[in-house]
Design a protein around this ligand. Structure first.
Ligand code: KG4
Ligand code: ZN
Length: 388
């Protein structure tokens, strides 16, 4: 039995700033369990909504402003926020570690001076993929804390976090059989990832242009709905279904009948743009069009997933990423998998589908128990970090 370990997870890859402290024990399989000790998250969505999308430098500034208060909140919640013992815990190199995050220096120095080292064994931080200016804030924050508290750091792939969080069930992970297929659908990614063994990945399909979440966000903009568009489109589409509204405009099902596992959503967005630009749409037309769009995305995601299941003899399907919060997509996939026979479907609880730090802490834990730490000085933000 592995010793229990306390991991602090930090996530700043996009427009959520999040810090989470967990305690975990065991390895993947029967003896793994964890507890969330403290969890703090601040979404910048409302700030970015004014611009209709995420602005990397604005995200960076907001992360820098929010990290210390969120750390304090997560530690407070865990009961682990203790006053300092008078010995300064501010590392000599703090200013140089935070050279590009000047606004973090003073609040972090003050925090470290006034608080004792918490009971933490390791820091896990998102290293990519994501917006590089945003990722760097989290990474440098993690490096500063690691230096102050003398704990190791592990750089986490954000998409691996989305996969692992989808398998969470209460305080453990659902046992699942390999090969497993992850359908990752977020604001930046749309990928089919095959996993023949735990934490080993092969990308077997990907989008050739826009990601699924990006398509939701762009189509929402065309329909004059606020950012982030996914939940808004989903709300309109749901209303259309309840009221039996069917769109008089049909949308394509891109790549549906092509013999590969790739996606393309740019044409779908263009088709919506043509309709919006050439027709005068009533409110009901908009509801029905949102429904038609959501149906199209759900159909394509489901069909490609079924093809991948056949191709690779998949036993478990794991859906992850922000778009996996979508009720209609979940339902369409679940129905198709039931019809397809004995394939286990794992989806995250809706509040853990979008970005959070628990998923980073969990993924970090599974690397930490294998001692897969990173040299803090060599840790880099990689906007295009790949799973394989
Ligand atoms: O995983 P995530 O929080 O951030 C990235 O890593 O990109 O995903 C955010 C994306 C956004 O595009 C958002 O519109 C979409 O997930 N999203 C949804 C829903 N909730 C969030 N898309 C469709 N339906 C939803 N209910
Ligand atoms: Zn994400």
């Amino acid at each position: 039995m592995l010793q229990r370990m306390r991991i602090l997870g930090i996530e700043t890859s996009c427009d959520e700033t999040a810090v989470c402290l967990i305690e975990a024990r065991g390895d993947h399989g029967a003896d793994f369990s964890f507890r969330v000790l403290g969890n703090a998250l601040l979404s910048q969505a409302a700030i970015h909504a004014e611009y209709g999308g995420v602005f990397p430098n604005l995200a960076k500034r907001e992360h820098a402003k929010n990290l210390v208060p969120l750390l304090e909140k997560a530690l407070e919640e865990s009961g682990g926020l203790k006053p300092g013992d008078g010995r300064s815990a501010v590392p000599a190199g703090l200013a140089s570690i935070l050279a590009h995050e000047a606004e973090l220096q003073e609040p972090l120095a003050r925090f470290l001076e006034t608080h004792a080292k918490p009971d933490i064994d390791c820091i896990a931080v998102t290293a990519g993929p994501g917006l590089e200016p945003a990722l760097w804030v989290g990474i440098n924050f993690a490096r500063a804390l690691a230096s102050a508290w003398d704990v190791p750091v592990v750089g986490v792939n954000h998409m691996e976090g989305h996969i692992i969080i989808s398998a969470v069930e209460d305080d453990h992970l659902s046992a699942f059989e390999f090969p497993a297929l992850a359908l990752l659908i977020s604001g930046g990614h749309t990928e089919l990832v095959l996993s023949r063994e735990w934490m080993r990945y092969e990308i077997v399909g990907a989008t050739r242009d826009d990601a699924a979440g990006e398509a939701f966000d762009k189509v929402a903009r065309l329909l004059e709905l606020p950012y982030p568009g996914g939940p808004e489109i989903s709300r309109l589409a749901g209303e259309a279904r309840t009221r039996g509204l069917v769109s008089r405009f049909k949308l394509p099902r891109p790549m549906l009948h092509e013999d590969n596992l790739d996606f393309s959503f740019a044409g779908l967005k263009t088709a919506v743009r043509r309709i919006v630009e050439s027709e005068s749409l009533s409110d009901d037309d908009k509801l029905a069009l949102a429904r038609e769009f959501e149906d199209s995305v759900a159909d394509v995601l489901t069909q490609k997933t079924l093809t991948a299941i056949d191709t690779y003899g998949v036993q478990t399907v794991i859906v992850g990423g922000g778009v996996s919060a979508n009720t209609h997509i979940r339902k369409t996939l679940a129905e198709a998998l039931t019809n397809a026979g004995r394939v286990n479907l794992l989806v995250p609880s809706p509040e853990l589908a979008t970005d959070n730090a628990l998923m980073i802490a969990l993924a970090g834990y599974f690397h930490a128990i294998k001692k897969e730490f990173d040299d803090p000085a060599a840790l880099r933000a990689n906007g295009n970090l790949k799973l394989a």
